[in-house]
Design a protein. Structure first.
Length: 716
């Protein structure tokens, strides 16, 4: 699952730990202490040092943080990386044009020279991690809550500077358990990354948004890249002289296949979970925030779809953004549905009731839940302000671009900062090229009108940005007409509405002209309105809830001393272990653990863009030409499910067997457990993985690139 960063009010931890649940995103450093015996009992054959070690090579050396939002794994001694298709999507789309459309047709480099450099792409490998809790807590002691974030930044900077000194490494601090623990992560970052290959998107994104977040699944969701380094095997900026990276470890690839009950673990960089959200946060998400995100995104998706359906060229330009908007649009639909179905609110309430009795008479904990409710009383009425700004007003492409001039406006006002103004113009100019190639004014115009109307209808009158009054002076009998008229005016008159007009402005910037521009004036009004009137309230809410969340987790740990707690996901390296497991999504329905190419053919629909199948794959299917990759019954495996605990950011993570071999790669979660970022539901939570044998088959037989398979270490 690809990472999406969102801020639900506050979040909590993670708990885990009855022997059977395979819940938990564990810190690799602590596996030996907390998890190893259980892992062994479940089928792990490796030593703790083979999982994570600092001095000798271990599995962790084959795991990469992929471009900040995904995970990948190194699967050859030539720095070959396997990750999801949807993780490589942007890069693949950026290399696709009409005439050389690798997004639709697929691509396999015949040799290193054909691999495509991807400017800006990077991966990082964890060198080591370290528990810094004692140091941070002692240095932060006595700091007032409102000064805490700044003080933490200062402490973090000192620690990371020390860790980096003289090494060429990167370092990051991560807060765990809402501030009860702190860990340092040291990385080596690599920036010369090249695209090695991808199946066509009819395979890599088969099922599209219709099947997204659902099992049974038939997607070959993978793509491949390679790390390049200098001649000394050191990280280096792109150079034609660079050579493939020789890793400390690469994962052997298993041809053995998976059976129900088999041990399976997933290593990767889960992005964010909110497992200890308070009941009030669930209520707010279900009733207000989630539906708002969904409805605002719906407007954009519908308008863009019209554009994409009309032209291949335009479809290619919008595909990547469309996919990422659609991904979390469906996520929030599913999360809301499952939060309700599984009565997560009730579950949280129950936990809070238990906590209350535990906290009674304990000064440290007694007032926590009361203070949380107090904070929500102030926050609830304004909670949609931020969503409307980020997903609404700034979600309109033109507004997003105009907002980049806010820095210029500030610098140019009264000529306060000429250098800053010049810099801001230069930055906007640099972005303009990309912006205007994928800018569709007529779709955008429709989007703006609808979003403004939605804002008008749903934000209480006294909370609306002052510019709304100006908008409502537009021509029209109904409000709908007024919003349309205003929107039409913006796209006719704004200096941002065409590249030529913007460039003319950028060549001769003029403060007055900018602030009188209808698009900029609107954006500035909505933006300032939030920053001046609502951001302080949001900050106050976070400052109020922060210590309560911290105390709540600390209290829960005391309340349940028999449990081993794991920290919420925060884009740091984790490991989750469990097994291959089927499930029953609802009464009388049983889903088996594996899908096959038969299912691809069942779903095949040449009239539906999301369910096309390349002719060559159909031919291979008809000829049963599956090489060594097929099941005993002669079928071609496609995907399987495990009960591992993953989330967005784990996309592309390796699924590893008890002997440290790659059996698949994680790419999604299932519909029935879409509330999983908030509560892990043992009965329903599954991870959806591509079977590595399908990956090999697609490279070898469909892609005609057996040399890439030969580069790997295959084991039977
Ligand atoms: N749900 C998957 C994830 O978050 C992404 C799948 C991308 N495919 C799509 N149809 N948008 O990782």
């Amino acid at each position: 699952m690809k990472k999406y960063i969102y801020t639900l009010s506050t979040l909590l931890l993670l708990l885990a730990s009855t022997a059977k649940a395979d819940e938990g995103m564990w810190l690799p450093l602590l596996l030996k202490k907390y998890n190893y015996e259980q892992m062994k009992a479940k089928g792990l054959k490796l030593t703790p040092e083979q999982l994570y070690d600092v001095n000798n090579s271990s599995l962790k050396d084959a795991i990469v943080w992929f471009n900040g939002g995904c995970t990948g794994e190194i699967i050859s001694n030539q720095g070959l990386i396997l990750t999801n298709h949807h993780c490589g999507y942007d890069a693949i789309a950026s290399k696709s044009v009409k005439g050389d459309n690798i997004l639709d047709n697929g691509f396999w480099a015949k040799n290193n020279g054909e691999e495509k450099p991807i400017p800006g792409m990077w991966v990082s490998i964890v060198i080591r991690m370290e528990d810094m809790t004692d140091r941070v807590l002692s240095e932060i002691k006595g700091t007032a809550e409102k000064d805490r974030p700044a003080k933490l930044q200062e402490i973090f900077k000192n620690i990371t500077d020390e860790a980096k000194k003289g090494t060429g490494y990167e370092a990051q601090m991560r807060e765990m358990f809402k501030g009860n623990a702190y860990y340092l992560f040291v990385f080596q970052k690599y920036t010369d990354i090249r695209l090695v290959g991808t199946p066509p998107q009819s395979v890599g994104k088969f099922g599209g948004d219709a099947d997204n977040w659902m099992w049974p699944r038939h997607t070959g969701d993978f793509s491949m890249f390679r790390i390049y380094v200098n001649k000394n095997n050191e990280a280096a900026a792109y150079s034609a002289d660079n050579v493939p990276f020789k890793p400390k470890h690469h994962l052997p690839v298993s041809l053995k296949g998976v059976k129900e009950g088999d041990y399976a673990m997933i290593y990767g960089f889960p992005g964010r979970t909110n497992r200890y959200e308070f009941s009030q946060g669930i209520e707010l998400a279900v009733d207000k925030i989630n539906p708002t995100i969904v409805n605002l995104r719906d407007i954009r998706l519908k308008a863009w779809k019209e554009v994409m359906d009309k032209s291949e060229e335009d479809r290619l330009k919008l595909s990547a953004d469309y996919a990422s908007i659609a991904n979390y649009w469906k996520y929030f639909i599913g999360q809301t549905e499952q939060l309700k179905r599984l009565n997560v609110y009730g579950y949280k309430k129950e936990m809070e009731t238990k906590f209350s009795s535990f906290a009674k008479g304990k000064a440290e904990y007694e007032n926590i839940l009361l203070n949380v409710e107090k904070a929500y009383v102030d926050y609830r009425p304004i909670a949609l302000q931020r969503t409307y700004l980020t997903e609404g007003i700034l979600g309109v492409s033109l507004n997003g671009f105009a907002a980049s001039m806010l820095t210029y406006e500030k610098a140019a006002k009264n000529n306060t900062d000429t250098a800053g103004a010049r810099k801001a113009i230069a930055a906007a100019k640099a972005n303009a090229e990309e912006f205007y190639t994928a800018f569709f004014p007529s779709a955008d115009e429709k989007i703006l009108a609808q979003i403004l109307e939605m804002y008008y209808n749903n934000i209480p009158a006294e909370q609306q940005a002052p510019y709304m009054a100006i908008i409502l002076k537009s021509k029209g009998k109904t409000n709908t007409e007024k919003f349309k008229a205003f929107s039409a005016l913006v796209y006719a008159k704004s200096m941002f509405s065409t590249k030529e007009k913007f460039e003319a402005f950028a060549a001769k910037p003029d403060y007055k002209k900018l602030v009188n521009d209808p698009c900029f004036a609107m954006v500035k009004s909505f933006y300032d309105h939030y920053i001046n009137n609502y951001k302080p309230k949001v900050d106050a809410f976070n400052a109020a809830i922060g210590p309560e969340s911290r105390g709540y987790i600390k209290g829960l740990m005391q309340m349940m001393p028999e449990k081993t707690f794991y920290p919420d996901a925060n884009s740091s390296l984790r490991l989750t272990y469990g097994s291959v497991q089927a499930y029953e999504p609802k009464d009388a329905v049983k889903f088996t653990f594996q899908t096959t190419l038969d299912g691809v053919m069942e779903k095949y629909n040449p009239k539906d863009f999301e369910f096309q199948v390349p002719q060559k794959l159909i031919d291979l299917y008809n000829a049963k030409d599956f090489g060594d990759y097929k099941l005993e019954n002669g079928k071609m495996p496609v995907a399987f499910i495990t009960n591992n605990d993953i989330t967005g950011g784990n996309s592309g993570s390796p699924v590893i067997d008890g002997e440290g071999r790659l059996i698949g790669l994680a790419f999604d979660g299932n519909w029935e457990a879409m509330s999983g970022d908030i509560v892990f539901d043992e009965k329903y939570k599954r991870t959806i993985n591509v079977d590595v044998r399908y990956v090999l088959f697609l490279i070898d037989k469909l892609g005609g690139a057996p040399h890439i398979v030969n580069e790997m270490t295959l084991v039977k």
